[in-house]
Design a protein around this ligand. Structure first.
Ligand code: AMP
Length: 195
């Protein structure tokens, strides 16, 4: 089993690269953003609560996303691996994920952190907002708030995993295929060492 966190700020390309990675490696893709948007689409009580928070650029409460991830792990007992995208976003979420995985006798093997300059992130998100219809991608004030929240609450997650030597930084600017090749090289190197 191989468990990967694709880490980085909003707009860095986690969704795009996740889709390519799961196709190549056959892992289960767990994106808390996608899971929350599905709740919003179905207008569940959780979705209605999350909608307001997401539109403001803040994080939904830890217990909500941890519960979603716990259910998704339970629902996929035979997975050959999980790709976590947009989760964990706080150190409390990272600690909870480590506990959930250790109950399954596994762990996070690698954290790949994509790096992109802030102004490029804002530019990419505004372009994505035009086609995605995502309200949190259409308003520059909300986009900048998401980047601020990322730096204050999510960046410490990289330090948390760096203590265990699990973090590798990969440049997130360049062609999609070149970035994908760089991510794949890191994964293949790590899984060969683990084998
Ligand atoms: P994303 O699609 O990953 O950019 O997530 C969109 C929004 O969903 C974020 O700006 C947060 O409001 C919320 N969200 C997604 N994942 C998490 C998480 N792990 N913890 C808290 N909030 C999250």
């Amino acid at each position: 089993m191989f468990n990967l966190i694709l880490f980085g700020p909003p707009g860095v390309g986690k969704g795009t690269q996740s889709n390519k990675l799961i196709e190549k490696y056959g892992w289960i893709h767990l994106s808390t953003g996608d899971l929350l948007r599905s709740e919003i689409h179905r207008q569940t009580p959780l979705g209605i609560e999350a909608d307001h928070i997401i539109k403001s650029g803040q994080l939904v409460p830890d217990e909500v996303v941890i519960g979603m991830i716990s259910s998704a792990l339970e629902a996929n007992p035979h997975a050959k691996g999980f790709l976590f995208d947009g989760f964990p976003r706080t150190v409390a979420q990272a600690e909870a994920l480590d506990k959930l995985l250790s109950l399954k006798k596994t762990a996070i093997h690698l954290v790949l952190a994509l790096d992109v300059r802030d102004e490029e992130l804002v530019h990419r998100l505004l372009i994505r907002g035009k086609s995605s219809g995502r309200k949190d991608d259409s308003d520059e004030t909300v986009i900048r708030e998401r980047i601020r929240v990322y730096k204050s609450q999510t960046f410490p997650v990289a330090d948390y995993y760096a203590k265990f030597g699990k973090v590798v930084h990969v440049p997130g600017e360049g062609s999609i295929d070149d970035i994908f090749a760089a991510l794949s090289r890191e994964i293949d190197g790590k899984s060969e060492k683990a084998a």
